[in-house]
Each structure stands twice: as structure tokens, then as C-alpha cells.
Write a protein that binds this ligand. Structure first.
Ligand code: SF4
Ligand code: SF4
Length: 158
């Protein structure tokens, strides 16, 4: 499980900085506003000890509000949750478990933002309406025994 931001993206951005700037050139606020709030990076992951392969589950970090898909304590997340990882320019290339819809991954790979992205729609809910958020299936780890986690693995489509 990892990280998302709590920046409000409700104002549609006029200048489309994500098209005119590289990730390296973005301000902190611009970088944070790229997060669409899908919550998918806050799903608990399981690593295969033998192969190192990482599997997603449908279980979400205890700090994720599964209705809004926002972190309940974004400011202190890294101290509160040891497994929470901050996405940075340095680690982005290694985070291959990020969903294909993640704006950081898309821009890093030279792809445009999807039409439902809050920066384009001016509406935080469009990520949920598009069906690409954890809102529709996430179950908080508060209610799952750690030994049951393996039952919630989502295997990638072949
Ligand atoms: S997967 Fe990417 S866009 Fe979605 S919440 Fe995480 S950082 Fe934000
Ligand atoms: S602490 Fe917050 S940002 Fe980090 S994984 Fe949990 S819900 Fe996501």
C-alpha cells in the first residue's frame, strides 16, 4: 500500500501545466495535484517471497476512507503507516505496481491524462464515475485478519 495525496483538484486547471512541463519542472503543488484520488495505490500489497512479485489485494490501508478514497491523515501518513510510500521522481520508475491509470505513471511514460482526470473535469468525483477508483470494491484492513489477506489477492489479467 502506498501513497496518494489529499490535494483538492476541484478547480479545473487552465494552463495545462502537465502538458507544458516535465515532471521535473513541476512545482510541489502541481505535482500533488496530479493525483486523481483513485486510492488504488493504497491497497495492501503482498510480495511473493520467492519471486519478489507484488500482488494487489482488494484490501485497503486502514487510513484510507473507502468512500472518498482519500487518506484520513495525509500529513502524518509516512510516520503512521510504515508501508506507505511517497511517490517521488526518484522512485517512480521502480513503482511498477502503480495502476496504469495513475497520472504519475502516465506522464512518466509520455501518455496524456485520461479525460476523466479531475484536473480536466474540475470535479473530484469523475475518477469514481469512470469506475477506476478503489471506491467500488475496497475493504478496509481494519476488518480483515492479516492471515486472510491472501484470499483477497487480485491477479493481473493475462
Ligand atoms: S494510484 Fe496514482 S493517481 Fe491513484 S491515488 Fe495513487 S498516486 Fe494518486
Ligand atoms: S497512509 Fe494514507 S496515503 Fe498512505 S497508504 Fe495509507 S491511506 Fe494511502
Amino acid at each position: 500500500m502506498f501513497r496518494q495525496n489529499n490535494t483538492s483538484n476541484t478547480v479545473m486547471s487552465e494552463d495545462k501545466f502537465w502538458e507544458s512541463k516535465t515532471l521535473q519542472q513541476m512545482s510541489h503543488h502541481e505535482w500533488e495535484s496530479l493525483c486523481d484520488g483513485c486510492g488504488l495505490c493504497c491497497l495492501v500489497k503482498i510480495e511473493d517471497e520467492d519471486t519478489g512479485e507484488i500482488f494487489n489485494t482488494t484490501v485497503s490501508c486502514r487510513q484510507l476512507d473507502t468512500q472518498s478514497c482519500r487518506c484520513r491523515d495525509y500529513k502524518n501518513r509516512l510516520a503512521d503507516v510504515p508501508m506507505c510510500i511517497q511517490i517521488t521522481l526518484d522512485n517512480l520508475p521502480q513503482l511498477n505496481w502503480l495502476p496504469d491509470s495513475c497520472a504519475y505513471k502516465l506522464l512518466y511514460e509520455g501518455e496524456p491524462l485520461p479525460s476523466w482526470h479531475p484536473l480536466l473535469t474540475g470535479n473530484n468525483h469523475t475518477v469514481h464515475d469512470a469506475g477506476v477508483s478503489a471506491k467500488w470494491f475496497a475493504q478496509s484492513e481494519e476488518y480483515i485478519h492479516p492471515e486472510q489477506l491472501v484470499e483477497f489477492i487480485v491477479f493481473p489479467e493475462k
